[in-house]
Write a new protein. Structure first.
Lengths: 364, 329
């Protein structure tokens, strides 16, 4: 049956930016310029210096090696979660549960990473990371199985499971894996030295998780474009009924897509804890899993574009901090400017704009 | 296909530009005027009328009393902690406050790279050459609230509802007993723990258990569970001492005897004053108490007899004069 499917399905080309005309790039630039303009008006109205603010935004995100490292560090979990979401969305599995899956991954990483002293560091790192991978994947299997067995809507069940994951972490760090000694708020035991990811650049927090994320990005690209699994995932995503007629077991693909998606989010959790946080506290990454949905959408579900999109989101996050510290903008205004920039890029990459750009070039 | 390549080239070009221009802009670091500058960072919103709001009031106090320039960042995610601390250090801030224990690891990481910047962490004992921790002088509030409770009780049964069985809490609950016994040898002080600063349901249960024991005075040392606990006590006609950290009088003027107040803004001012005087040293935990006006009793309830207030005030005066030992073995 798989042979038949392979023969029939024409290689589905990614409807991606690689096909886009130069006009759409121009359109993106125009929309970003619009966002900057609106931000400028807002800042002027509130009596802040926009030039200083945007200079700070740039300096804080890509201004020097240290800030670039900071941005890359922030991009790692966004990329890992974003890749997972891109993969599941392509198969039609709407996994909104990256938050919970990431929390479970972090929990597994801190449990394994904080135990077993005396393991050789590379092995310890590998085991803690693997535990996070498996934990995130298994957590994602719950909504997948609920959907298949009882038809429960996976959007709702993944959102609900996010809360379960968050509360589970809160429970674990307040009891079973609580650190000794006094702290004002519950904290898990620390990750042992040997299980921490090596740092890539001195005086920064950029860690080995970057390589993990980049490897995942390349691997996912290969899986999506050069394997039967990737092809099946897309066919199931486009039309599950047709996929079934083509002999694809769509349930199996659905479950697998969920597992991979969850395990990538689990890796994101591991990279946060083993990479630089070194212990688990309540609310260690409350919005990353949701931000990553926007990262995946903006990236058009294409691994490499998702990578650029994660870098863009991360740059806005680290740069926003500098807008507060250097240009003294209030946090709320910074938040608005940040979201405006995201909206602008999202608008520029929306299907209608893309097709308009195609027509401008003379149709296709 | 062709435009795809173009896009690709453009992206690589952009990346290269980032790296090249990046080095150039970083050189333009700011060196500001002689005026002292203080920055503060919190994990939560500064409009919470509580813990984080106190931090904002703290630096505002520094601005108003010492004339420093202030800046702050609120709602900082764990992932951005190091980034935001470094931003302020790079901007030439003299003193950077981190509001809470959760900043410890990030402070240690950043402080090493900025030996000329002083970092202060509230409620912590994090160590570093240019890191100073602060804490309250635990035990003071316990003694004097205990004295008030010991005099106010009619059946000699006093209940203490505390958050956590942790040193900073038990220092106060221990002196509550000595304080109460100093004025009332028959006082029976029982302490029970909620296990959290905020668990309102558990807080109600623990308060109810104390009420069932027949107490007529409750001392409540919590955060979010305090207001509902006061309400419950009020319904049973039990008088309450609260605080830790805020003034509780407005919550129930006819129930609150007094409040044990820990004033965070005074700690901020104290640290900044020491810095300005050149007396702030790293690798220490500065303790702020009654003498520094960082701990004190709040407004007394109207029903509290003058005699009770006088006894406590006299004891405080003796304590400040150094003739009263409140820890008393």
């Amino acid at each position: 049956m798989s042979e038949g499917a392979r023969a029939k399905a024409k290689p589905v080309r990614p409807r991606a930016w690689s096909k886009l005309p130069i006009a759409s790039v121009a359109l993106s630039l125009i929309s970003i310029a619009t966002a900057i303009l609106i931000g400028t008006v807002m800042m002027l109205a509130m009596r802040f210096d926009p030039l200083r603010a945007y200079a700070a935004l740039w300096q804080g995100s890509f201004g020097n090696v240290i800030q670039i490292s900071e941005t890359l560090k922030t991009a790692v979990p966004l990329l890992l979660c974003g890749l997972g979401i891109a993969f599941s969305f392509q198969s039609g599995a709407f996994n909104i549960g990256a938050v919970g899956q990431m929390y479970l991954g972090a929990l597994a990483a801190v449990i394994v990473g904080g135990q077993f002293p005396g393991l050789p560091p590379p092995l310890h790192i590998f085991l803690a990371t693997l535990a996070a991978f498996v934990a995130g994947g298994l957590w994602a299997l719950v909504p997948a199985l609920l959907k298949i067995l009882s038809g429960a809507n996976e959007i709702i069940s993944t959102i609900l499971l996010n809360y379960v994951g968050i509360y589970l972490v809160d429970y674990m760090i307040a009891g079973p894996i609580k650190t000794g000694g006094h702290r004002d708020a519950p904290t898990s035991w620390p990750v042992l030295e040997g299980a921490l990811y090596p740092r890539l650049i001195p005086h920064t927090q950029l860690h080995m998780g970057l390589y993990v994320a980049l490897a995942a990005m390349i691997l996912l690209f290969v899986v999506m474009h050069y394997t039967t699994l990737g092809q099946r995932v897309r066919i199931v995503g486009l039309n599950p009924v047709a996929a079934r007629h083509a002999g694809i077991r769509s349930n199996r693909v659905f479950v697998l897509a969920f597992f991979i998606s969850g395990s990538l989010a689990g890796l994101a959790g591991a990279s946060e804890i083993l990479g630089y946080q070194s212990r688990l506290i309540s609310g260690f990454a409350p919005t990353t899993g949701y931000d990553a949905i926007a990262v995946a959408l903006l990236g058009g579900f294409q691994p490499f574009i998702v990578g650029i999109s994660a870098l863009f989101f991360a740059g806005l996050q680290t740069g926003a901090v500098a807008m507060e510290a250097i240009a003294k903008l209030p946090a709320q205004l910074v938040g608005m400017i940040r979201v405006l920039a995201m909206l602008a890029v999202l608008a520029a990459s929306s299907p209608r704009i893309v097709s308009l750009a195609t027509r401008l070039r003379g149709g296709e | 296909m062709k435009s795809g390549k173009l896009l690709h080239t453009a992206l690589i070009g952009a990346m290269a530009a980032i790296i090249v221009f990046g080095g150039a802009t970083s050189a333009a670091a700011a060196t500001a005027a002689k005026k002292f500058k203080v920055a503060m960072v919190t994990s939560g919103p500064t409009n919470d009328q509580g813990w984080n709001y106190d931090a904002l009031r703290g630096i505002q106090l520094i601005r108003d009393k010492l004339g420093w320039e202030i800046a702050y960042s609120e709602n900082v995610a764990v992932a951005q902690q190091v980034n935001v601390l470094r931003q302020y250090a790079q901007q030439g801030y003299d003193l950077v406050f981190a509001h809470g224990y959760e900043w410890g690891d990030s402070l240690v990481a950043v402080a090493k790279d900025f030996p000329n910047v002083m970092f202060a962490q509230i409620n912590s004992t994090t160590q570093g050459v240019n890191i100073v921790g602060t804490s309250f002088k635990y035990g003071e509030l316990g003694y004097f609230t205990g004295m008030a409770a010991g005099q106010m009780t009619k059946n000699n049964k006093i209940g203490v509802v505390a958050a956590q069985d942790a040193p900073q809490v038990t220092a106060d609950t221990d002196t509550m007993k000595t304080g109460a016994l100093s004025v009332n040898p028959k006082a029976d002080v029982k302490v029970s723990f909620v296990g959290s600063w905020d668990d309102m349901v558990k807080g109600q249960q623990v308060v109810q258990a104390q009420i069932d024991r027949g107490v007529d005075i409750l001392i409540i040392m919590g955060n979010a569970f305090t207001p509902p606990a006061i309400k419950l006590a009020k319904a049973k006609g039990i008088k309450v001492i609260a605080g830790w950290t805020i003034e509780a009088y407005p919550l129930a003027p006819d129930t609150i005897i007094t409040s044990g107040i820990q004033d965070i803004p005074s700690v901020y001012l104290g640290v900044a004053q020491q810095y300005q005087d050149g007396k702030l040293k790293g690798n220490t935990t500065n303790v702020y108490g009654w003498k520094e006006k960082a701990q004190f009793l709040g407004k007394w309830g109207d029903f509290v007899p003058q005699k009770v207030k006088d006894t406590v005030q006299k004891a405080i005066a003796r304590y400040l004069a150094g003739t009263l030992d409140i820890v008393g073995k």
